[in-house]
Design a protein around this ligand. Structure first.
Ligand code: ATP
Length: 206
């Protein structure tokens, strides 16, 4: 069982993934931020570091998917998918002029080669959040380099998310609007979300 959580920066994927991992006693595969050699530089100079960062994320996510496939756990929760790297982040950076034409073409060819070996998750959970919610969460966690994130950047990413989710057909999809939910502070909100996930997960076992 492979469940992946998708969503914009600050939508709460990491926290939700950890909570679900505990709940179901599944392995949790997080996106490692501390040992990312480009992330801080990227937020300071997107044009200079976009391509490098995308290649780094693509490779690390590809390795993560391989690990999930070989996993002995009965279930795995993955924090963000390889599709988001390409269809959301790389696409947005290209359209915004941060990745040059030939570099983007090069990246897409690499993605095409890799994606042939990737199996889609059994269930994709999209945490849908509007800009105020994202900004509040990003501020709450207070990572210094993320203070450089502009509203425009988040807006563009959300537009890409809407488009991608709207046509997603690689497996089961659960969209949860988290704008009015606080699944950390409010147990009822968490229970509400869990019930939705349970319903889908039980369906997967049938
Ligand atoms: N392909 C990518 N291109 C650019 N930035 C990326 C890419 N993938 C992840 N990031 C950035 O790396 C960092 C990862 O942080 P983290 O794992 O905490 O997730 P997050 O996106 O902030 O989500 P959440 O708050 O929902 O857990 C964020 O700043 C995120 O935007």
């Amino acid at each position: 069982m492979h469940v992946a959580i998708a969503g914009n920066i600050g939508s709460g994927k990491t926290t939700f993934a950890k909570k679900l991992g505990k709940q179901f006693n599944w392995d949790v595969q997080l996106e490692s931020v501390e040992d990312n050699p480009y992330l801080k530089d990227f937020y300071e100079d997107m044009k200079r570091w976009s391509f490098h960062l995308q290649v780094y994320f693509l490779n690390s996510r590809f390795n993560q998917v391989a690990k999930i496939r070989e996993s002995e756990f009965k279930g795995t929760i993955q924090d963000r998918t390889i599709y988001e790297d390409c269809y959301i982040f790389a696409a947005n950076l290209y359209k915004s002029g941060y990745i040059a034409e030939r570099d983007y073409h090069n990246y897409l060819e690499l993605f095409k080669s890799m994606i042939k070996h990737v199996k889609a998750p059994d269930l994709l959970i999209y945490l849908k959040a509007d800009i105020p919610k994202l900004v509040a969460n990003i501020q709450k966690r207070g990572r210094a380099y993320e203070e450089l994130i502009r509203i425009e950047y988040l807006k563009n990413l959300n537009e890409h998310y809407e488009e991608w989710i709207g046509s997603y057909d690689l497996g089961k999809l659960l969209v949860i609007d988290v704008n009015d939910l606080d699944f950390v502070a409010n147990v009822e909100d968490y229970a509400f979300m869990l019930e939705k996930v349970n319903y889908q997960v039980n369906g997967l076992f049938q």
